[in-house]
Write a protein that binds this ligand. Structure first.
Ligand code: FMN
Length: 164
């Protein structure tokens, strides 16, 4: 049975809150200082060639900056880096969010978090407009990863992975 649109949207949000997601900070260069935002809407699209997808709200300035930059880096956080996730989820309000954590800059000018669980440097290959979001397809140009478990998010809280 089809639910009406408003009910379906509420049910969708409610159900999605129950889904566990890895947490990343997506960074990009700009003409001024580089930018970044906390994202959970990220997944691998295909391995041949290595390509990932990230969905960014069209209303926030980061989306226009990413289109202009043509490049971004996905920095998946470790479970001791929730302070960085918080910083990059309120970029308008906070002081320089890059003041937390140790960052380098890749050849394309995007900040790369040292000690992240894994980082993916991407070139924007394609952008689709879907509802309120842009879906960025990133062709992966370089990858780094290190030991340590990733930070998770579910139902409004940052969480850690437990072994069953
Ligand atoms: C856990 C978490 C996950 C988020 N995931 C996304 C996402 O996938 N895409 C997105 O556009 N915004 C996402 N956001 C919101 C952005 O981080 C936020 O809008 C952005 O940093 C701009 O901050 P501002 O609203 O203070 O300008 C997420 C926020 C949090 C806390």
């Amino acid at each position: 049975m089809t639910q009406n649109a408003a009910l379906l949207e509420d049910a969708y949000k409610h159900a999605m809150r129950r889904v566990v997601s890895p947490v990343a900070v997506v960074t990009f260069p700009t003409a001024g200082r580089p930018g970044g935002l906390t994202c959970t809407a990220i997944c691998s699209a295909t391995t041949q060639p290595p390509t990932l997808i990230t969905c960014v709200n069209r209303k926030i300035p980061a989306s226009a900056s990413m289109i202009e930059a043509g490049t971004f880096t996905v920095n998946f956080l470790k479970d001791d880096q929730s302070d960085i996730a918080r910083r990059f989820s309120q970029v308008e309000n906070s002081e320089d969010p890059f003041s937390v954590g140790h960052w380098s800059v890749n050849a394309a000018g995007a900040p790369v978090l040292l000690g992240a669980a894994s980082t993916f440097d991407c070139m924007v290959e394609r952008i689709e407009e879907v509802g309120g979001h842009y879906v960025f397809f990133g062709a992966v140009a370089a990858v780094q990863s290190c030991d340590g478990t990733g930070l998770l998010y579910r139902d409004g809280f940052f969480r850690r992975l437990a072994i069953e």
